[in-house]
Ligand binder design. Sequence first.
Ligand code: HEC
Length: 107
Amino acid sequence: MKLLSLLTLAALLAAPLAAEPKGSDTKGKFYFKKSCKTCHVEHGKAAVLTPLSKTQGQWRKVFDAGKHGKSGEGFTPKYGTAEQILDIKTFLINHASDSPQPETCGG
Ligand code: HEC
């Protein structure tokens, strides 16, 4: 009986997350710092970017288009493997400005 209610609870909690990207949030944070913050930092080659820079919808658009900036180049393979880019996408969407857990990632 207890196990069944736990399973029901787990299913209820998981349901709203179903539409979210399935990558690893933790790895995404690591790869974002490693592959994106090299340029997207203060005094870097590009504008500062943190998860807070965009809303969940805006990040989704960036990654659904799959193109980096104006260049029209894909995120893969230049900025990481497909799996790493999915992790970055997951991290950015999970901590976007309108997400339940906004995060600056050190600014
Ligand atoms: C080698 C430097 C470099 C790296 C690494 C880099 N970017 Fe960029 N990025 C740029 C430059 C320069 C621009 C601005 C010119 C343009 O739009 O192409 C840009 C533009 C962008 C834009 C559009 C501008 C905006 O604010 O909406 C987004 C989004 C973006 N980058 C995301 C990323 C992500 C995510 C990563 C890591 C997967 C990444 N970038 C890695 C240099 C870089």
